[in-house]
Design a protein. Sequence first.
Length: 177
Amino acid sequence: MTNIVYIATSLDGFIADKNNQVDWLHDIPNPDGSDLGFSEFMSRIDALVMGRNTLEIVLSFGVDWPYSKPVFVLSNTLTKVPDGLEDKVFLVNGSLPEIVQQLNAQGYNQLYIDGGKTIQGFLQHDLIDELIITTIPVILGGGIPLFGELTAPLKFKHIKAKRLVDCLVQNSFVRQR
């Protein structure tokens, strides 16, 4: 059972700008059209867990639904999933440890954790086993931070650094317990 974060940040640690936008992620030239390892990562996971805000951002891209794996959306306010996604998106609520336990019991053992508040909540409960963070060479000066407050430090071991498209750095870390 592994909970994995796979995300991009600005140099100053933000995952969205001051207007909750992520268009700056697409400013990097990618001449060969590579997915930068995303499909390889997705082959490792069983399902995604994201918050309502992240779901709304994904829906705002105006593209076909990008995930072939089940997506569990944490929300206390949504009462139904968007039209057309009934067999792809599932609403969950409750405590994060209970949700993880329920998903694991259903056979979803490799979870991709996405979205700022969701990632911060998982970290607060010490439920993140691996971090894969791609740094985009831009300073936003504010926005939604990747990390938030914790009651105690969480130690991770750096296991890999990879340079992508000649300007991004992808670092991989595993939780040391």
